[in-house]
Design a protein around this ligand. Sequence first.
Ligand code: PLP
Ligand code: ZN
Length: 409
Amino acid sequence: MSYIKGLKCRECGRPYPKEPIYVCEYCFGPLEVDYDYEKIKKALSRQEIASRPKNLWRYRELLPIDGKPTDGLDSGFTPLIRAKNLEMALGVKELYIKDDSVNHPTLSFKDRVVAVALSKAKEFGFDTVACASTGNLANSVAAQAAVAGLKRYIFIPADLELGKVIGTLVYNPVLVAVEGNYDQVNRLCSEVALKYKWAFVNINIRPYYAEGSKTFGFEIVEQLGWKTPKHVIVPCAGGSLITKIYKGIKEFSKLGLIDKVDSKIYAAQARGCCPIITAVKDNTDIIKPVKPHTIAKSLAIGNPADGVYAVETVKESGGWAEDVTDDEIVEAIKLLAETEGVFTETAGGVTLGVTKKLIKQGRIPKDESIVVCITGNGLKTQEVVAERIGRPIKIKPNLASFEENLNRR
Ligand SMILES: *Cc1c(COP(=O)(O)O)cnc(C)c1O
Ligand SMILES: [Zn+2]
């Protein structure tokens, strides 16, 4: 049963068939999935959704596949944690962590988009998948394509964190490390995609792939008891996740699953790569590409494909944008670990660091509900905290040595 009418140009509205294409031939705008919302309205209710297994496919009518989902059947439905200790530390009343650092199977929100991309790539009949990645996408495509029995080609910048490289290679893909930054990797992949008949999840499958991000927003609303949070802080790389979280919340409203959309969406980036934040602050919808220089490598996209839509999301929702330094990222990673027991990667440090700043600035009031989007796992970026945490106390294996060293602290 299909709920998709086809694809549609986001800029000029021209319709396109359901094919592995991503750009409008007339105006070069990005193509988007066009759903039959009337039909979805008849199929989906809160009760229906609640009765389904706890994974991202519980919203499948709002995801762009025609048949049954085949991949990522255990992905999504990650915890929404009420963060009492963090509330105290930040002086706010109601704060939640949406924790995709424990998403299945590769511990980042990218498991959502890849679940959808691979299910769609199979519907199209591809036997090979590929991607350009800042790290987490590489992990997820490598893992899920291995399970699916698909050939897999992964392109990354050569200077990625060891955890992300090993966390890709272990699934035995062809891993291509390009001597350049992500934007150069992506440009190369666009050329490769023209020549080879592969499903590039974030190039020719992108309209379908990106829809998977909506489930992050769907879950927040469902887990809050079908209520929208007042403030949502989202880390941005290419700007797709932030755009799709907002789209997802608006779709729930369109379908009558919630009363109204009442969420302000905030963009978070690292100071060393913040073209989206700069555009919001300069009140322009023109994104000026930058050369990334930050420890937040998963967010290091200098020329964000969905940057203009990320800015639009922030403005339309009444949110704002802020950036943090590398030091502030590390401080925030430690704060989240010490207060809530969640070890996030650099992207999570960016999000919490920015949240802290927005509360301090008074942009986010202290008495309204806040959701902090934690999108990746700290075990993958250990090098950034390694020198900034305590050391183990080394002792001999006897009680005397223990007590002697303990007293010396
Ligand atoms: C990819 C990624 C993002 C942001 O993704 P975009 O949709 O490109 O903005 C956020 N957090 C982590 C950990 C990521 O890997
Ligand atoms: Zn167009």
